[in-house]
Design a protein around this ligand. Structure first.
Ligand SMILES: Nc1ncnc2c1ncn2[C@@H]1O[C@H](COP(=O)(O)OP(=O)(O)OP(=O)(O)O)[C@@H](O)[C@H]1O
Length: 150
């Protein structure tokens, strides 16, 4: 069973946090570190074409342009996270930790998006949705990441 557990996921702290709530960043990082090891982390600003590439699967959806504009509007913090409990799947655990996509639903739960999200697009955090997505997204932001060396 443990072979089906994903050890790593790709998380992003989105621009709304860094633009509007940067004073909360330290406590957000502390909260994340209660449950996850931050294996890799950087702060960057995506170009529009990089944001388009990252969210290519959403191309054509009604919120795509808004999402790309938002994600390239300010700094983001992509991170490779690993659950501190090695028996727990990092992808599932991080998605539970951030909560539902829509801020209104997230606010009903104890989760990062509930605490810091503003709206459906400005929802503060990203998490990979599957093992393959995590591998691709980690490669996108951290091309030199080598999980065998971790
Ligand atoms: N109905 C919507 N209206 C506006 N923005 C949306 C909507 N649905 C999703 N988004 C934005 O697009 C992002 C990607 O959508 P997706 O459906 O993959 O949600 P998610 O898996 O919860 O989020 P993420 O991929 O960022 O972890 C969301 O995090 C949000 O910022």
């Amino acid at each position: 069973m443990s072979s089906s557990i994903s050890r790593y996921t790709l998380a992003i702290i989105k621009p709304d946090i860094l633009i509007r709530q940067s004073q909360c960043l330290d406590s957000i990082i502390q909260k994340i570190e209660t449950k996850f090891n931050i294996v890799n982390r950087k702060q960057i600003v995506l170009s529009i074409s990089e944001a388009e590439q990252f969210y290519n699967d959403h191309r054509g959806k009604f919120f795509y342009e808004r999402l790309v504009g938002f994600m390239s509007r300010g700094p983001i913090i992509p991170m490779v996270l690993s659950e501190k409990n090695s028996q727990v799947d990092s992808i599932k655990s991080w998605r539970e930790f951030i909560g539902p996509t829509h801020a209104e639903n997230a606010r009903k739960l104890d989760c990062l998006r509930g605490e810091y999200g503003f709206s459906d697009t400005w929802n503060g955090f990203h998490g990979s949705g599957s093992h393959d997505e995590a591998l691709n997204e980690i490669k996108f932001f951290f091309p030199d990441f080598d999980k065998t060396n971790q």
